[in-house]
Design a binder for this molecule. Structure first.
Ligand SMILES: [Fe+2]
Length: 347
């Protein structure tokens, strides 16, 4: 009887799961169509990957004139933008002084010995913090994020703290090289503190944003049986890769971003990346931005989450939606009423 009910429920949700094929849905375990071994053997994941890349290439062509030619060239080669001394010394000093005083509502999440804290830079926070406001409004930074994501509008900005006790790599799942999803998507960091080699710097495999024939073969192999993988992140559509596999894809070892404060990195995180293990206790603060959209649309903006009433009040909507869906109790993220980026972890 239970099996019969489960089967009927499967039929009832089939149209919904089919519709998700045309979205950024990526979980092989949550969607029996995306996760179907048979369909992926026939090339379902591969086709989605190729279509998404083709559409991203099309959208990026419209955005190219916004970039400096050298930055465009570097991104096409590497998959990331890198700006050292991103802000003038005076602007950066004012920004960091402001962040040290800033207190607002935020989230914290613990993964092993690593704690991530985020404070959403929404319009109410920016009204009190003009240095953060100026960075969020900076059009040249927005253009980099838009190009990496192949979309415009609705970028979310957060003040992020990464606090790590010295760990072995197995206690921080972010230290395994992985692709976030199956289509171009952007993450950006303006580092407000120096990041030393042994303090868990961000790392990225140069050129791993390109969909080469070798990468397509790898994606095909990974998609078969992904729904029943023993690894949770793999089942959720965020494929992991071992560093020793990189040469077979024609890729070099990852570049480690041990950087000085005031460095900006914007990456297409469909390329392989990770946080290196932190060999000593560390606490760094950065302005973190992200932009992920439906990868199959031919237009760049015009998205519900790009409406100012939503993207400028990210925190408010996140709390509302999680409560509405009942996720607030199950989420790994815990809301905290008043936080400063440099406080010690609360969870
Ligand atoms: Fe990631």
């Amino acid at each position: 009887m239970a099996d019969r009910l489960k089967q009927l429920a499967g039929y009832a949700t089939l149209p919904w799961h089919c519709l998700q094929l045309a979205t950024h849905a990526k979980s092989f375990q949550d969607n029996p169509v995306l996760g179907s071994r048979r369909l992926n053997e026939m090339g379902l994941h591969l086709k989605r990957r190729q279509w998404a890349m083709n559409m991203a290439t099309w959208r990026r062509q419209q955005l190219t004139p916004r970039l400096r030619p050298q930055e465009h060239h570097d991104f096409e080669r590497d998959g990331f933008f890198l700006r050292e001394q991103a802000l003038s010394p005076h602007t950066f000093a004012a920004l960091t002084a402001e962040v040290r005083q800033l207190r607002a509502q935020g989230w914290e999440m613990r993964q092993g010995k690593a704690v991530t804290r985020r404070i959403s830079l929404d319009s109410d926070v920016l009204a009190q913090n003009p240095g953060c406001g100026a960075f969020v409004q900076d059009q040249s930074v927005r253009d980099l994020i838009a190009y990496a994501s192949s979309n415009t509008g609705g970028i979310t900005y957060q003040l992020q703290s990464i606090m790590v006790d010295a760990v072995d790599p197995h206690q921080d799942p972010q230290t395994r090289l992985h692709a976030d999803t199956f289509h171009p998507t952007a993450k950006a960091w303006l580092f407000l503190d120096d990041v030393e080699e042994d303090e868990g710097p961000f790392s990225y495999v140069p050129g791993s944003h390109r969909l080469t024939p070798a990468r397509l073969d790898w994606e095909y192999e990974k998609s078969i049986g992904a729904a029943t993988s023993t690894e949770q992140m793999h089942r959720e559509g965020s494929f992991r890769i071992e560093e020793r596999e990189l040469p077979s894809l024609g890729l070099a070892p990852p570049r480690r971003f041990a950087v000085r404060a005031n460095t900006l990195v914007v990456a297409d995180t469909s390329g392989f990346h990770a946080r290196c293990p932190s060999l000593q206790s560390s606490h760094r603060v950065e302005i973190y931005a992200s932009l992920r959209r439906n990868p199959f649309l031919p237009w760049r903006g015009a998205h519900l989450f790009a409406l100012p009433m939503i993207c400028e009040h990210h925190m408010l909507w996140d709390i509302r939606l999680k409560r509405l869906m009942g996720f607030d109790k199950r989420s790994h993220w815990k809301f905290l009423d008043t936080l400063n980026a440099y406080d010690s972890p609360y969870i």
